[in-house]
Design a protein. Sequence first.
Length: 382
Amino acid sequence: MDIKYFDNAATTKIKGEVLEEMLPYLKEEYGNASSLYSIGRKAKRAIEKSRKQVAELINSNPEEIYFTSCGSESDNTAIKGIAYANRKKGNHIITSKIEHPAVLHTCQVLENKGFRVTYINVTKEGVVDLNELKKAISMDTILISIMTANNEIGTIQPIKEISKIAKMYNIIFHTDAVQACGNMSIDVKDMKIDSLSLSGHKINAPKGIGALYVKKGIEFEKFIDGGHQENDKRAGTENVAEIVAIGKACEIAKNNLEKHIEYLKNLRDYYINEIETKISNVKLNGSKTNRLPGNTNFSFEGIRGETLLLKLDEIGICASTGSACSSGSQEPSHVLTAIGLSEELANSSLRITFGEENTKEDIDFLIQNLIKITNELRNKDK
Ligand SMILES: *Cc1c(COP(=O)(O)O)cnc(C)c1O
């Protein structure tokens, strides 16, 4: 069966050029980057080239980029590392209610270690309430962590305004930009971001590689103790091949950014318009315009998202529900609940996220099947 993949927020396909670039480092160029002979030096050079490519995507300096094993490790390192290094100054952290678990659960762990965390509400469209953010700030606030764009509903946060508030009170600002990088323009200097996470597998590189930007001068404790790799901030023999891959993926993302955004936006708006006109009782979750170019999330009233997902899977279509299904008990998505959806509506959501491999024909196939499946499921109940 021909697979039609519409779950690019979960992971993306490795680009051919990215794979080509990394393969030599899994074959003949197997040197340890800390070794002084030629293949070691070659590995080291490849890592530094990649560091530059990642830095260029977000307009940082290469020395401000640290390679990690994934986006989650980047978030953990930034939040725990900054919290521990700045504990003398205070123990209060502010984040939002719609963060990825890599941020939310990290903050919850810090609460158990004696930190105080405020979880800010969002509007109906999923935008952080800036007044509430300002009100939450106190003398002991050391860190604000707000994601650049949401992974479920695609909402883009007013990052410049948030960092402005953080700067006003001399608070460090971290942002989880795992979904945003490669899908919108990010400039850490212009946006005054102190710390930022990104992940390889969300931008057409393989799984198991991440990067963390931390602005020069911001103190953070290291996450993995051991050797002196990554400027003594992250021990462990470097994953050279994957580091090369994330660098190449960032270079491609930077060079194609405008075209990429335009292409995905067209697919997204076409899909949204078709669903709204051809299927009744649907609700678009998030904002119509202030959202990632490839993200859509609809609730289909009276239908379980999970049921839709399984029906689509039968015909080779990969999609996602907004809800995290864990061992039989289905908890509604914390993001959809935070934007005010009832448990029932939250459990009736379907996230479709586009990538460059998707075509308009693929989307027509998806829409036709969604019309058919929703009709069948709704008529069955009558
Ligand atoms: C995927 C994702 C992560 C986690 O990245 P991994 O590399 O899978 O650990 C963190 N935050 C957001 C917003 C994500 O979408």
